[in-house]
Write a protein that binds this ligand. Structure first.
Ligand SMILES: Nc1ncnc2c1ncn2[C@@H]1O[C@H](COP(=O)(O)OP(=O)(O)O)[C@@H](O)[C@H]1O
Ligand SMILES: [Mg+2]
Length: 307
Protein backbone atom coordinates (compact mmCIF):
# COMPACT_ATOMS: atom_id res chain seq x y z
CA UNK A 1 0.00 0.00 0.00
CA UNK A 2 1.28 3.46 -0.90
CA UNK A 3 0.17 6.31 1.35
CA UNK A 4 1.26 9.76 0.18
CA UNK A 5 1.54 12.56 2.72
CA UNK A 6 1.99 16.08 1.49
CA UNK A 7 1.40 19.77 2.03
CA UNK A 8 0.92 22.76 -0.23
CA UNK A 9 2.24 25.46 2.06
CA UNK A 10 4.58 25.89 4.98
CA UNK A 11 5.66 23.11 7.29
CA UNK A 12 2.48 21.73 8.83
CA UNK A 13 3.99 18.48 10.16
CA UNK A 14 4.09 16.09 7.20
CA UNK A 15 7.35 14.36 8.15
CA UNK A 16 6.28 14.04 11.77
CA UNK A 17 2.98 12.50 10.66
CA UNK A 18 4.76 10.04 8.34
CA UNK A 19 6.84 8.74 11.24
CA UNK A 20 3.86 8.73 13.61
CA UNK A 21 1.77 6.69 11.16
CA UNK A 22 4.59 4.22 10.55
CA UNK A 23 5.09 3.70 14.27
CA UNK A 24 1.36 3.34 14.89
CA UNK A 25 0.65 1.13 11.86
CA UNK A 26 -1.43 -1.93 12.78
CA UNK A 27 -0.23 -5.51 12.30
CA UNK A 28 3.46 -4.61 12.65
CA UNK A 29 4.39 -8.25 12.97
CA UNK A 30 3.21 -8.93 9.42
CA UNK A 31 3.83 -5.55 7.77
CA UNK A 32 7.05 -3.97 6.58
CA UNK A 33 6.79 -0.23 7.12
CA UNK A 34 8.83 2.19 5.05
CA UNK A 35 8.92 5.96 5.47
CA UNK A 36 10.22 7.30 2.17
CA UNK A 37 11.46 10.88 2.18
CA UNK A 38 10.61 11.90 -1.34
CA UNK A 39 10.48 15.58 -0.50
CA UNK A 40 12.19 17.63 -3.23
CA UNK A 41 13.16 20.29 -0.68
CA UNK A 42 15.33 17.74 1.13
CA UNK A 43 15.06 15.39 4.06
CA UNK A 44 15.09 15.71 7.83
CA UNK A 45 15.05 12.14 9.10
CA UNK A 46 18.79 11.43 8.92
CA UNK A 47 19.61 14.57 10.86
CA UNK A 48 16.79 14.07 13.34
CA UNK A 49 17.58 10.44 14.13
CA UNK A 50 21.36 10.68 13.86
CA UNK A 51 21.60 8.48 10.77
CA UNK A 52 24.23 8.69 8.03
CA UNK A 53 23.15 10.29 4.76
CA UNK A 54 23.90 7.05 2.92
CA UNK A 55 22.28 4.70 2.13
CA UNK A 56 19.24 6.67 1.09
CA UNK A 57 17.44 8.36 -1.76
CA UNK A 58 20.64 9.40 -3.55
CA UNK A 59 22.20 5.93 -3.46
CA UNK A 60 18.88 4.44 -4.59
CA UNK A 61 18.72 6.80 -7.57
CA UNK A 62 22.26 5.83 -8.55
CA UNK A 63 21.47 2.13 -8.24
CA UNK A 64 18.24 2.55 -10.20
CA UNK A 65 20.28 3.58 -13.24
CA UNK A 66 21.78 0.08 -13.25
CA UNK A 67 18.89 -2.12 -12.17
CA UNK A 68 15.13 -1.83 -11.89
CA UNK A 69 14.73 -4.61 -9.34
CA UNK A 70 12.26 -3.18 -6.79
CA UNK A 71 13.65 -5.42 -4.03
CA UNK A 72 16.86 -3.39 -3.98
CA UNK A 73 14.95 -0.40 -2.57
CA UNK A 74 15.31 -2.04 0.86
CA UNK A 75 19.11 -2.03 0.49
CA UNK A 76 18.95 1.76 0.55
CA UNK A 77 16.90 2.06 3.73
CA UNK A 78 17.96 2.47 7.34
CA UNK A 79 16.23 1.62 10.61
CA UNK A 80 14.27 4.07 12.74
CA UNK A 81 13.15 3.37 16.31
CA UNK A 82 10.44 0.73 16.45
CA UNK A 83 11.80 -1.17 13.47
CA UNK A 84 10.43 1.23 10.87
CA UNK A 85 12.60 1.44 7.75
CA UNK A 86 13.46 4.86 6.33
CA UNK A 87 14.61 5.93 2.91
CA UNK A 88 16.37 9.14 3.90
CA UNK A 89 16.85 12.14 1.64
CA UNK A 90 19.81 14.51 1.87
CA UNK A 91 19.05 17.82 3.59
CA UNK A 92 19.84 19.92 0.55
CA UNK A 93 17.07 20.32 -1.97
CA UNK A 94 19.44 20.24 -4.93
CA UNK A 95 20.54 16.65 -4.38
CA UNK A 96 17.15 15.43 -3.24
CA UNK A 97 15.45 16.93 -6.28
CA UNK A 98 18.03 15.47 -8.65
CA UNK A 99 17.68 12.00 -7.11
CA UNK A 100 13.90 12.20 -7.23
CA UNK A 101 13.93 13.35 -10.83
CA UNK A 102 16.09 10.37 -11.74
CA UNK A 103 13.67 8.01 -10.02
CA UNK A 104 10.59 9.71 -11.43
CA UNK A 105 11.78 9.93 -15.03
CA UNK A 106 12.68 6.25 -15.28
CA UNK A 107 11.17 4.74 -18.43
CA UNK A 108 8.84 2.47 -16.48
CA UNK A 109 6.83 2.93 -13.31
CA UNK A 110 8.58 4.53 -10.30
CA UNK A 111 10.08 1.90 -7.98
CA UNK A 112 8.34 2.87 -4.74
CA UNK A 113 4.81 2.17 -6.00
CA UNK A 114 6.01 -1.23 -7.20
CA UNK A 115 7.44 -1.99 -3.76
CA UNK A 116 4.18 -0.82 -2.18
CA UNK A 117 2.17 -3.28 -4.27
CA UNK A 118 3.32 -6.08 -1.98
CA UNK A 119 0.39 -6.57 0.40
CA UNK A 120 2.76 -7.00 3.35
CA UNK A 121 4.35 -3.58 2.76
CA UNK A 122 3.17 -0.08 3.55
CA UNK A 123 5.13 2.82 2.08
CA UNK A 124 4.48 6.17 3.72
CA UNK A 125 5.80 8.59 1.14
CA UNK A 126 6.61 12.03 2.54
CA UNK A 127 6.29 14.14 -0.59
CA UNK A 128 6.73 17.41 1.30
CA UNK A 129 5.25 20.44 -0.38
CA UNK A 130 3.87 19.38 -3.73
CA UNK A 131 4.41 22.45 -5.82
CA UNK A 132 3.35 22.28 -9.47
CA UNK A 133 5.87 20.15 -11.43
CA UNK A 134 7.23 18.59 -8.24
CA UNK A 135 9.30 15.50 -9.09
CA UNK A 136 7.37 13.74 -6.32
CA UNK A 137 4.17 14.05 -8.35
CA UNK A 138 4.89 10.86 -10.30
CA UNK A 139 4.92 8.95 -7.01
CA UNK A 140 1.94 10.81 -5.58
CA UNK A 141 -0.13 9.95 -8.64
CA UNK A 142 0.32 6.24 -7.82
CA UNK A 143 -0.96 6.61 -4.25
CA UNK A 144 -3.60 4.31 -2.88
CA UNK A 145 -4.44 7.19 -0.54
CA UNK A 146 -3.21 10.76 -0.35
CA UNK A 147 -3.37 12.89 2.79
CA UNK A 148 -2.99 16.63 2.35
CA UNK A 149 -1.91 18.19 5.63
CA UNK A 150 -2.72 21.87 5.93
CA UNK A 151 -2.62 24.60 8.51
CA UNK A 152 -5.82 26.46 9.22
CA UNK A 153 -4.89 30.10 8.87
CA UNK A 154 -6.47 31.98 6.00
CA UNK A 155 -3.34 31.87 3.84
CA UNK A 156 -2.88 28.12 4.43
CA UNK A 157 -6.45 27.49 3.40
CA UNK A 158 -6.24 29.68 0.34
CA UNK A 159 -3.32 27.56 -0.90
CA UNK A 160 -5.16 24.35 -0.04
CA UNK A 161 -8.29 25.50 -1.86
CA UNK A 162 -6.27 26.30 -4.96
CA UNK A 163 -4.86 22.76 -5.17
CA UNK A 164 -7.58 20.55 -3.70
CA UNK A 165 -9.26 19.65 -6.95
CA UNK A 166 -6.00 18.77 -8.68
CA UNK A 167 -4.67 16.64 -5.81
CA UNK A 168 -7.98 14.82 -5.43
CA UNK A 169 -7.70 13.67 -9.03
CA UNK A 170 -4.31 12.05 -8.39
CA UNK A 171 -5.68 9.33 -6.16
CA UNK A 172 -8.83 7.32 -5.60
CA UNK A 173 -8.69 8.17 -1.90
CA UNK A 174 -7.86 11.77 -1.05
CA UNK A 175 -8.09 13.16 2.47
CA UNK A 176 -7.71 16.60 3.99
CA UNK A 177 -6.08 16.66 7.43
CA UNK A 178 -6.08 19.91 9.37
CA UNK A 179 -3.56 21.19 11.86
CA UNK A 180 -2.49 24.36 13.59
CA UNK A 181 -4.08 27.23 15.39
CA UNK A 182 -6.55 28.92 13.08
CA UNK A 183 -10.11 28.61 11.90
CA UNK A 184 -12.30 26.02 13.58
CA UNK A 185 -12.67 22.79 11.65
CA UNK A 186 -16.34 23.35 10.95
CA UNK A 187 -15.61 26.73 9.36
CA UNK A 188 -12.83 25.27 7.22
CA UNK A 189 -15.11 22.52 6.00
CA UNK A 190 -17.87 24.95 5.20
CA UNK A 191 -15.56 27.23 3.24
CA UNK A 192 -13.74 24.45 1.39
CA UNK A 193 -16.93 22.52 0.87
CA UNK A 194 -15.43 19.19 1.93
CA UNK A 195 -15.19 17.25 5.16
CA UNK A 196 -11.80 16.93 6.80
CA UNK A 197 -10.62 13.50 7.87
CA UNK A 198 -9.44 14.97 11.16
CA UNK A 199 -7.40 17.60 12.91
CA UNK A 200 -3.97 16.82 14.30
CA UNK A 201 -3.67 17.84 17.92
CA UNK A 202 -0.95 20.21 19.03
CA UNK A 203 1.39 17.83 20.84
CA UNK A 204 4.95 19.16 21.00
CA UNK A 205 6.15 16.41 23.35
CA UNK A 206 5.15 13.56 21.05
CA UNK A 207 6.24 15.56 18.00
CA UNK A 208 9.64 16.01 19.59
CA UNK A 209 10.07 12.27 20.10
CA UNK A 210 9.01 11.70 16.49
CA UNK A 211 11.63 14.15 15.34
CA UNK A 212 14.34 12.50 17.41
CA UNK A 213 14.45 15.32 19.96
CA UNK A 214 14.02 15.19 23.67
CA UNK A 215 12.12 17.76 25.63
CA UNK A 216 13.31 19.06 28.99
CA UNK A 217 10.87 18.02 31.75
CA UNK A 218 9.67 21.61 32.32
CA UNK A 219 8.22 21.70 28.80
CA UNK A 220 6.24 18.53 29.31
CA UNK A 221 3.59 20.45 31.20
CA UNK A 222 0.80 22.20 29.33
CA UNK A 223 0.69 19.99 26.27
CA UNK A 224 -2.56 18.76 24.83
CA UNK A 225 -1.06 15.43 23.84
CA UNK A 226 -2.93 13.04 21.64
CA UNK A 227 -0.80 13.00 18.49
CA UNK A 228 0.09 9.32 18.89
CA UNK A 229 -3.54 8.40 19.53
CA UNK A 230 -4.70 10.41 16.54
CA UNK A 231 -2.03 8.88 14.31
CA UNK A 232 -3.02 5.39 15.45
CA UNK A 233 -6.66 6.04 14.54
CA UNK A 234 -5.67 7.43 11.16
CA UNK A 235 -3.31 4.49 10.54
CA UNK A 236 -6.11 2.04 11.27
CA UNK A 237 -8.37 3.84 8.79
CA UNK A 238 -5.71 3.96 6.11
CA UNK A 239 -4.71 0.34 6.61
CA UNK A 240 -8.13 -0.83 5.45
CA UNK A 241 -7.81 -0.39 1.71
CA UNK A 242 -11.45 -0.04 0.80
CA UNK A 243 -12.71 2.00 3.71
CA UNK A 244 -13.65 5.57 2.91
CA UNK A 245 -11.63 8.27 4.59
CA UNK A 246 -14.34 9.21 7.02
CA UNK A 247 -13.63 11.78 9.70
CA UNK A 248 -11.86 10.21 12.64
CA UNK A 249 -13.66 9.61 15.92
CA UNK A 250 -13.85 12.78 17.91
CA UNK A 251 -13.65 15.05 14.90
CA UNK A 252 -16.44 16.57 12.89
CA UNK A 253 -19.46 15.04 11.19
CA UNK A 254 -19.16 14.04 7.53
CA UNK A 255 -21.88 16.38 6.36
CA UNK A 256 -21.28 20.08 6.08
CA UNK A 257 -24.39 21.98 7.10
CA UNK A 258 -25.35 24.61 4.59
CA UNK A 259 -23.06 23.35 1.84
CA UNK A 260 -24.79 22.02 -1.27
CA UNK A 261 -24.29 18.28 -1.63
CA UNK A 262 -22.44 18.54 -4.94
CA UNK A 263 -19.68 20.52 -3.24
CA UNK A 264 -18.97 17.84 -0.68
CA UNK A 265 -16.47 15.17 -1.64
CA UNK A 266 -18.05 11.81 -1.09
CA UNK A 267 -16.09 8.93 0.38
CA UNK A 268 -14.27 7.17 -2.41
CA UNK A 269 -12.74 10.32 -3.77
CA UNK A 270 -15.05 11.80 -6.38
CA UNK A 271 -13.06 14.80 -7.63
CA UNK A 272 -14.17 18.05 -6.14
CA UNK A 273 -14.30 21.52 -7.50
CA UNK A 274 -13.26 23.84 -4.71
CA UNK A 275 -15.82 26.54 -4.16
CA UNK A 276 -14.79 30.16 -3.94
CA UNK A 277 -12.69 30.57 -0.85
CA UNK A 278 -13.95 33.40 1.28
CA UNK A 279 -12.26 33.10 4.64
CA UNK A 280 -9.77 35.86 4.03
CA UNK A 281 -12.48 38.34 3.27
CA UNK A 282 -14.38 37.49 6.41
CA UNK A 283 -14.04 39.75 9.39
CA UNK A 284 -11.68 38.77 12.19
CA UNK A 285 -10.92 35.06 12.12
CA UNK A 286 -12.76 32.94 14.62
CA UNK A 287 -9.81 31.34 16.31
CA UNK A 288 -9.66 28.25 18.41
CA UNK A 289 -10.01 29.40 21.99
CA UNK A 290 -7.14 27.54 23.63
CA UNK A 291 -3.87 29.10 22.45
CA UNK A 292 -2.05 25.84 23.09
CA UNK A 293 -4.35 23.99 20.73
CA UNK A 294 -2.77 23.09 17.40
CA UNK A 295 -0.42 26.03 17.58
CA UNK A 296 2.93 24.50 16.67
CA UNK A 297 5.26 26.75 14.81
CA UNK A 298 6.76 25.45 11.61
CA UNK A 299 10.43 24.70 11.55
CA UNK A 300 12.48 25.23 8.44
CA UNK A 301 15.69 23.78 9.79
CA UNK A 302 17.53 21.67 7.29
CA UNK A 303 15.45 23.00 4.43
CA UNK A 304 16.29 25.23 1.56
CA UNK A 305 14.35 28.45 1.56
CA UNK A 306 11.17 28.16 -0.41
CA UNK A 307 10.23 30.94 -2.71
N1 LIG B 1 1.18 17.83 15.98
C1 LIG B 1 2.23 18.58 16.30
N2 LIG B 1 2.27 19.26 17.46
C2 LIG B 1 3.31 20.03 17.79
N3 LIG B 1 4.40 20.18 17.01
C3 LIG B 1 4.44 19.53 15.85
C4 LIG B 1 3.37 18.69 15.42
N4 LIG B 1 3.72 18.16 14.21
C5 LIG B 1 4.93 18.65 13.90
N5 LIG B 1 5.37 19.46 14.88
C6 LIG B 1 6.64 20.18 14.88
O1 LIG B 1 6.60 21.09 13.79
C7 LIG B 1 7.88 21.15 13.16
C8 LIG B 1 7.75 20.82 11.68
O2 LIG B 1 7.34 19.46 11.57
P1 LIG B 1 7.68 18.61 10.26
O3 LIG B 1 7.02 17.30 10.45
O4 LIG B 1 9.13 18.63 9.96
O5 LIG B 1 6.89 19.46 9.15
P2 LIG B 1 6.97 19.34 7.55
O6 LIG B 1 7.45 17.97 7.22
O7 LIG B 1 5.56 19.61 7.10
O8 LIG B 1 7.94 20.39 7.10
C9 LIG B 1 8.79 20.18 13.92
O9 LIG B 1 9.53 20.91 14.84
C10 LIG B 1 7.81 19.26 14.64
O10 LIG B 1 8.34 18.78 15.85
MG1 LIG C 1 9.07 17.44 6.06
Amino acid sequence: MLIVLCSVKGSPGVTTLAVALAMAWPHVESTRRLVAEVDPSGGDLAMRFGLPATPGLVSLAAAARRTRDPAMVWDHTQTLPGGVRALVAPPGGTHARAALSTLATAPDEPLLPIVARDTSVVVLADCGRVDPASPAEAIARCADALVLVTGTQGDDLAHAAARLGELARWTPRPGLLLTGDGYPTVDVERELGIPAIGRLPHDPVTAATLTGHRQPPARRRGTNGGLARHAAALARTLAVPVSPMAPLPGSVPAGVPGVPAQQVRRPGGVPITPPAFGLRTASAPHRVGDPRHNGHQPSTSGKEPRS
